[in-house]
Design a protein around this ligand. Structure first.
Ligand code: F6P
Length: 364
């Protein structure tokens, strides 16, 4: 029997378990492969003793409905910049990819499926170049991978954000308030854009379109011109003022270079208050609520089929590839292509035009 290792890396995302289940179920039809999972991305292989679990049909029963990942995950297990404690007690990073590939082979694994976002697939590509038989599955709620039309987890995040937005609309209306809802979207404003259209926002602020506070205030004032109005704003965590920068704290954890984004919603509230906003303002930050819980049906289906496709690529020895959803079907792209360009919201995208025609302002 051949041995396949599966792992989940980076931030979690609704649908990860459905991918794992898809892989295990597809592999079990062949009687040729045994599937294993590495706990916390590659850490399960790197750590001594190893944390590697056998993934049987029993183990994955019913998990497609559950959020999170049964294999756990981490932002701090990048083998290209692995955190190492130095002799003087301080921490540094080291590229351990060559040793990792050796170890995976020594453990008898014939292939690896890495389920993860942009960062994880860059790791997949580096390990592939070092001789590892690896296949990628794209994952991110931000929908910021360009090789795939959509990623699983994104639609669930949009649904969660839209449900929350709808709740904020009714309270905004009762109190004649301005409600600011901050959603995820580090460098891409897809969640904010979709939620603004689905919910009917007055303003949508995204990283790709830096905003002008004066334009926002003008739009708000217009809504209050004929008396007591209300305004609902969706803002992506990575949005920024014209000439400004994204709001958050620089990462301090070794091995996790991600800036912790948060606070742009509150910044917007404070600035609008200072500038004489005609109504009370409240801010809600959805944060990790968008990443948790049950995936919606679309994401379960997409994730399950991506798991099945990933196993198919392994069985066909199509290594160095990533599964991609394009034109309502599944295909594969090279890992190199997969990480080459970032999926920003294109300003000519039909949803930008739709939003503008619906009267949604981007604050520009
Ligand atoms: O990349 C997905 C994402 O949800 C971003 O939108 C967000 O900035 C980030 O993860 C937060 O991740 P964590 O809190 O796990 O560092």
């Amino acid at each position: 029997m051949k041995k396949l290792l599966v792992l989940t890396g980076g931030g979690d995302c609704p649908g990860l378990n459905a991918v794992i289940r898809g892989i295990v179920k597809a592999a079990s039809q062949t009687d040729e492969w045994k599937v294993y999972g590495s706990i916390e991305a590659f850490n399960g292989v790197i750590n001594e003793p190893n944390e590697i679990v056998r993934l049987t049909n029993k183990k994955i029963q019913g998990i497609h409905v559950k959020g999170g990942t049964i294999l756990k995950t981490t932002n701090k297990g990048n083998p290209l910049e692995f955190p190492i404690k130095k002799k003087d007690g301080t921490w540094g990073t080291k590229n351990i990819s060559k040793d990792l590939v050796k170890k995976i082979k020594k453990l008898g694994f014939d292939a690896v499926i890495n389920i993860g976002g942009d960062g994880s697939q860059k790791i997949s590509q580096a390990l592939y170049e070092k001789g590892l038989n690896i296949v990628g599955v794209p994952k991110t709620i931000d929908n910021d991978l360009s090789a795939t039309d959509v990623t699983f987890g994104f639609s669930t995040a949009v649904q969660i954000a839209t449900d929350s937005f709808d709740k904020l609309v009714t309270t905004a209306e009762s109190h004649h308030r301005v409600m600011i809802m901050e959603v995820m979207g580090r460098d891409a404003g897809w969640i904010a854009l979709h939620t603004a259209i689905a919910g009917g926002a007055e303003l949508c602020l995204i990283p790709e379109i830096p905003f002008d506070l004066k334009v926002i205030l003008k739009k708000i004032k217009k809504r209050y011109k004929k008396g007591k109005g209300f305004v609902n704003i969706v803002i992506a965590e990575g949005a920024m003022e014209k000439g400004g920068e994204s709001s958050g704290e620089q990462a301090t954890d070794v091995g996790d270079a991600h800036k912790k984004l948060a606070g742009i919603g509150n910044y917007l509230r404070t600035r609008l208050e200072e500038m004489g906003c005609p109504a009370q303002i409240r801010t809600t930050t959805l944060g990790h609520i968008q990443r948790g819980g049950t995936p919606i049906a679309f994401d379960r289906i997409l994730a399950s089929s991506m798991g099945v496709k990933a196993f198919e690529l392994v069985a066909e020895k199509q290594f160095g590839k990533m599964v991609a959803y394009q034109n309502y079907g599944l295909t594969q792209v090279t890992l190199e292509e997969a990480v080459a360009t970032y999926n920003h919201v294109n300003l000519d995208h039909y949803l930008i035009k739709t939003a503008r025609s619906l009267g949604i302002s981007f604050g520009d």
